[in-house]
Ligand binder design. Structure first.
Ligand code: AHR
Length: 533
């Protein structure tokens, strides 16, 4: 039933049964795009990735080993490479996460058979009796090879919590020094890579307020300065400082204030990391079995990100009025309490449903709308962990519904953001604690040359939304095409046995002169693309 029909038929009893109401005037809606007023370029790096030495992420998800019967490229799972390439993964963050601040890069180079076995931070979270000893079979060269195969830029999170500035600088030199200069460049060459890796993105620690050293922001600022002052700048770097735990109840503004106070008078970082998990771990909410209140609860907690971005940006602006430092949301995703792991050893792996795909669409729209503030974002994590695009176990591999959202939003990457006048009223929805208000329609738009891309997410479980996209500025559209990701069951997922249950389909869009007209089904994410004349 579309929204108009729903409202016509809607006796109060029917509305009551659905427990969601929307004012009648919102039944059909018009959003407008001022195409002559383009905004910031949407950094392609907003659609970035993250893999950590944790559970089944690196070992099995990414690295199957050179002698494996699982199809691989030099030990790296081929399906992972192919699909990451297909969606044009722009970057890959590694080796953690919390693992990063216990990682010593020299353990992961040289003859693989001679590499040491070392302690993995995540051992403490493993089920009793399961060993997480790090074998270091996947190290610096393997990671660089993966990035090369995918066409992704490497983003290395360096060890500040248990490392030294010297170890960090040697890692940078090992990666970036030209051949024939430093002994470290010779060593790199001897290990198989004569040419420098040219790593530009360096994270100076990870979650330094937590697993990265349990520091206070001023302490970390002092350490940050020490770690970067002697940075070997063979390649113009983009240095990312540890930022706040954005999903804390108070948004963790204190970290941002403290860090930038500690940086007064010094060169600010290029990037300031913001971690934002839609964190359901303290709730009884389940990844795979849920009803309407739990659907809306996840989306409601997810859209809190927008305010968190705005609040931290404002705080950063008090110290850095020119906003030289951009936000890097280098961990984000929906994180459920344990219970839906692929297998107990693959800690933090979760079932990914249509709900998580809808959350992804709304998150990407927030990133796009704040393209002026965000230099990069990295989903946590690409495979077998939290908000995954892929689940893998031995021979088995499946794309989750989230994968398809990454594919659809490629249209925005590197394009210029277009503001969206979106008057759709909020929905009044049931959530865990009663009722709450949620955006009635999530939207973002961008232009590249003469190609317009508009993404729309209808979070409603009850009614489609009939939308007219008005192109302001005296332009006309031609050749519109639409793609939709939805499913009649809000809990729909892709499994190893049934990998194609949730996948995109072509969606009709009508071009009416200077407008595009379409119906956005309930619980759906849509991409509309057209040429502007
Ligand atoms: O992504 C899982 C973990 O979440 C990361 O290791 C850590 O940085 C964060 O707390």
């Amino acid at each position: 039933m579309n929204r108009r029909a729903f409202l016509k038929a809607g006796t109060s009893a029917a509305i009551g049964a659905l427990a969601v109401s929307r004012p009648a005037f919102a039944a059909d809606t018009e959003i407008s795009l001022p195409l002559r007023e383009p905004g910031a370029v949407i950094s392609p790096h907003i659609y970035g990735h993250f893999v950590e030495h944790l559970g089944g992420v690196i070992y099995d998800g990414v690295w199957v080993g050179r002698n494996s019967s699982i199809p691989n490229v030099d030990g790296i799972r081929k399906e992972f490479v192919d699909d990451m390439k297909r969606i044009g993964a722009p970057n890959l963050r590694w080796p953690g996460g919390c693992f990063a601040d216990g990682y010593h890069w020299r353990d992961g180079i040289g003859d693989a058979s001679k590499r040491p076995r070392t302690y993995n931070f995540w051992q403490r979270r493993m089920p009793p009796g399961i060993d997480a000893t790090e074998t270091n079979q996947f190290g610096v060269h393997e990671f660089m090879h993966l990035c090369h195969l995918v066409g992704a830029e490497p983003y290395i999170a360096a060890n500040v919590g248990s490392g030294t500035p010297a170890e960090f600088h040697d890692w940078v030199s090992y990666c970036n020094a030209p051949p024939g200069t430093l002994s470290l460049a010779d060593q790199r060459s001897a290990n198989g890579d004569r040419e420098p890796f040219g790593v530009r993105y360096w994270g100076v620690g990870n979650e330094s307020w937590g697993c990265g050293g349990t520091m206070r922001p001023q302490e970390y600022a002092a350490l940050y300065r020490k770690f970067v002052t002697q940075f070997p700048a063979y390649t113009e770097p983009f240095l990312v400082a540890t930022g706040p735990r954005g999903h804390s109840a108070d948004g963790d503004i204190g970290w941002t204030t403290g860090f930038f106070e500690g940086m007064r008078g010094f060169e600010p970082p290029h990037g300031f990391s913001l971690h934002f998990y839609t964190d359901l771990r303290p709730t009884p909410l389940k990844a795979e079995d849920f009803k309407a209140p739990e659907w809306y609860e996840v989306l409601l907690r997810g859209v809190r990100l927008e305010k968190v971005i705005e609040d931290h940006w404002k705080e950063m602006g008090k110290f850095d009025t020119a906003h030289r430092t951009k936000l890097v949301v280098d961990e984000w995703g929906v994180w459920y309490a344990p219970g839906s792991e692929i297998t107990p050893a693959y800690i933090l792996s979760e079932t990914i449903t249509l709900r998580d795909a809808v959350h992804t669409g709304m998150t990407f729209d927030i990133f796009n709308r704040h393209a002026d503030k965000i230099a990069m974002a990295n989903v946590a994590q690409s495979v077998n962990c939290i908000h995954s695009l892929f689940l893998a176990q031995g021979e088995k591999f499946v794309r989750t519904p989230v994968y398809y959202i990454f594919d659809m939003y490629r249209a925005h990457r590197g394009a210029r953001q277009v503001p969206v006048n979106n008057p759709v009223p909020e929905l009044n929805v049931p959530v865990l604690a009663g009722q709450a208000r949620l955006p009635g329609l999530s939207a973002s738009a961008s232009m590249r040359d003469r190609r317009l891309a508009v993404t729309l997410t209808n979070p409603s479980l009850d009614a489609a939304l009939s939308v007219r996209i008005q192109l302001a500025g005296g332009v006309r559209a031609k050749e519109a095409r639409g793609v939709v990701l939805t499913h009649p069951d809000m809990r729909a997922t892709n499994t190893f046995a049934d990998p194609d249950e949730v996948k995109p389909a072509v969606h009709p869009v009508k071009v009416v002169s200077d407008a595009l007209v379409l119906s956005v089904p309930k619980q759906a994410v849509i991409l509309v693309e057209c040429e502007i004349v």
